[in-house]
Design a protein around this ligand. Structure first.
Ligand SMILES: NC(=O)c1ccc[n+]([C@@H]2O[C@H](COP(=O)([O-])OP(=O)(O)OC[C@H]3O[C@@H](n4cnc5c(N)ncnc54)[C@H](OP(=O)(O)O)[C@@H]3O)[C@@H](O)[C@H]2O)c1
Length: 235
């Protein structure tokens, strides 16, 4: 991943390295990420409001564990938030009470209204984007990046399908983005692109609605790929 943004805060430090907790890990995206990470040697902790449901999902994945969201977050190096936008603020407030300095939050949320006659529609959160809403709700200094909004959960869950796409990554601190990129790049076929500061995230978040429409029209699970970048991307 190319890193271009200056840092204004000290780098975060890791907790249990190589350990990722997924809040909403029983859902479509959370389980898809859990599946790919578990098969890539990452220690996956599947979080849920229902510990038994999380354990049931974890039992099917190599080396994964499951439990309630709070227990899973404790000590994890990274906390991936994969809940619907309708639960985003409530979830971030809950995480704010337990997140510790040095833990990284990766927000995957695309702000969408539930499906109506016109399908899922993008909405504008009061803070500007889901990521900025997260930033406003988490304690000052929490490591936070936004990523993965354009990656299809269906493709992630089916390990027979190869991935071949880019992941747009936004965040205010280089060290956080490097940590997130290290984790995401562990999934074969995903390439993280540093897209700049967190306030750019609204653009990535809105692409989800666009992709959902394309997927419906062409009956597929598309992702995005940026062209013209150096290969491999400089670190
Ligand atoms: N689906 C995709 O292809 C995709 C792709 C990119 C990004 N995203 C983003 O990823 C996020 C999750 O999407 P998804 O499709 O995985 O959603 P989902 O399957 O509908 O829900 C994910 C999980 O969120 C938890 N949850 C639901 N309501 C909650 C609440 N009120 N409070 C706390 N937790 C709640 C549930 O876990 P428990 O009931 O087990 O607690 C559920 O399994 C969304 O923000 C979406 O925009 C999705």
């Amino acid at each position: 991943m190319t890193v271009t943004q200056p840092d204004s805060l000290p780098a975060t430090t890791t907790h249990h390295e190589n350990t990722v907790a997924i809040v909403g890990g029983t859902g479509a995206l959370g389980l898809g990420l859990a599946t790919r990470w578990a098969h890539s040697g990452v220690h996956v902790r599947i979080g849920s409001r229902r510990a038994e449901a999380a354990q049931g999902c974890a039992d099917k994945l190599p080396g994964a564990v499951g439990g309630d969201n709070t227990t899973m977050i404790e000590g994890a190096a990274a906390v991936v938030v994969a809940v619907p936008f309708s639960a985003h603020a409530e979830t971030m407030r809950a995480i704010a009470k337990i997140i510790q300095p040095g833990q990284l939050v990766i927000d995957t949320t695309a702000p969408l209204l539930p499906a109506g006659p016109r399908g899922l529609r993008p909405i504008a959160p009061w803070a500007g984007s889901a990521a900025q809403q997260a930033q406003a709700l988490l304690p000052d200094g929490t490591g936070l990046v936004s990523a993965l909004q354009t990656v299809s959960a269906a493709t992630l869950q089916n390990t027979e399908l190869p991935l071949d796409e880019d992941v747009l990554l936004c965040g205010d601190h280089t060290a956080d983005k490097v940590l997130a990129a290290d984790l995401i790049d562990r999934i074969p076929g995903l390439r993280t692109i540093d897209c700049g500061l967190l306030d750019i995230s609204g653009i990535s978040e809105r692409i989800t609605a666009l992709l959902i429409g394309i997927n419906k029209r062409y009956k597929t699970h598309t992702g995005i790929r940026l062209t013209g970048l150096p290969q491999p991307l400089p670190r």
